[in-house]
Every structure is written in C-alpha cells, then in structure tokens.
Write a protein of this length. Structure first.
Length: 167
C-alpha cells in the first residue's frame, strides 16, 4: 500500500511539477496559562507543551524541545518505512531514537556565543528485515535522513519572517 501510494504521488508530481510547492498547514499556538501552550492545526490536530519547572513552567506536558525531537524521530521512521516499501523490503521493522546536546545558557540569553538550540543531534536507527543485508538497511536510513523535512530544516538555514500585529 505504501509503495503504491508513493508511486502514484511521484507520478502525479512528475506530471504536475508546478503544483509540487505549497504552503504547509498552519500551526496556531495559544497560551493556556503559565508556560503551558496548546498548538492546534487542521482537522482537530493539537498538542500541548509546557516548560520545565526550572524555568517557570509546571512540566505538565512535553517540552517544545522534546516535541521537536519527537517530530524528527517520527519523520525519520516514516521516511525509512516509505523507502523500505519502495524498495520492496519485506518484514521491515524499525525504531528511531533522537537525542541532542544543549546548553541552557543559550535559551536563557546568558551568553551570546551559545546557541539557544541544540549544538548536536543524534539519530539512532534499530532496523531489521528478513533477507535484507546491513548495507541495504544503512541505505534506507541514509535515504530517510536525507529526505526527511525535519532533518532538512535542521541542516539548512531556512529563512524565517516574523510578523507582528498588535491587537
């Protein structure tokens, strides 16, 4: 099913390249109180974050940084599964861990030379598939990381525009 869907999507995009670029769906964050934030999106999608108590939050939900790592892990796993299906790899099983190294001086604004975000990230794949050799599975992981929109956004300087409207 995944392979058929990918083949159909690839064929459609190849035939209609002018329609391949689009604006992604909107994520709207609203402060609930303290540092607890609910983000809503299309079709009732939502997630809630809170900051750790060390910076004034209540740690009542995942932190935004953890949500970022979770998004990267989910994206990498999804892309690996898509690639395995595309290559006809039977019995593909995979888990992905993502962690990062950070320095709180950056997020707290204590040292202008320390970035607010992670200084390094690690993506660890645990994979297996009946009859697939290690090089094939390494290729699946490499393809997943290379084509994952979340990893791409972390590697590349993506222009950000900031708009402010005063209500």
């Amino acid at each position: 099913m995944i392979r058929v869907a990918m083949d159909a999507a690839s064929a459609w995009v190849s035939e209609h390249p002018e329609q391949a670029a689009y604006t992604d769906t909107l994520a709207t964050a609203r402060l609930e109180g303290g540092l607890r934030v609910t983000v809503s999106g299309p079709d009732g999608a939502s997630l809630t974050t809170d900051m750790p108590d060390a910076v004034g939050g209540e740690a009542s939900a995942m932190s935004p940084g953890w949500a970022f790592r979770a998004a990267l892990a989910a994206c990498a796993l999804s892309l690996a599964t898509m690639r395995a299906a595309q290559q006809g790899i039977a019995g593909f099983r995979c888990e992905v861990d993502v962690d990062s190294q950070s320095d709180d001086r950056g997020i707290l604004g204590l040292d202008p030379d320390v970035p607010a975000g992670p200084s390094a990230m690690r993506i660890a794949f645990r994979m297996r598939a009946a009859g697939a050799d290690a090089d094939v599975l390494r290729g699946v992981a490499a393809w997943a990381v290379d084509h994952c929109p979340v990893t791409d956004a972390t590697r590349r300087a993506v222009p950000i525009s900031v708009e402010i409207s005063l209500a």
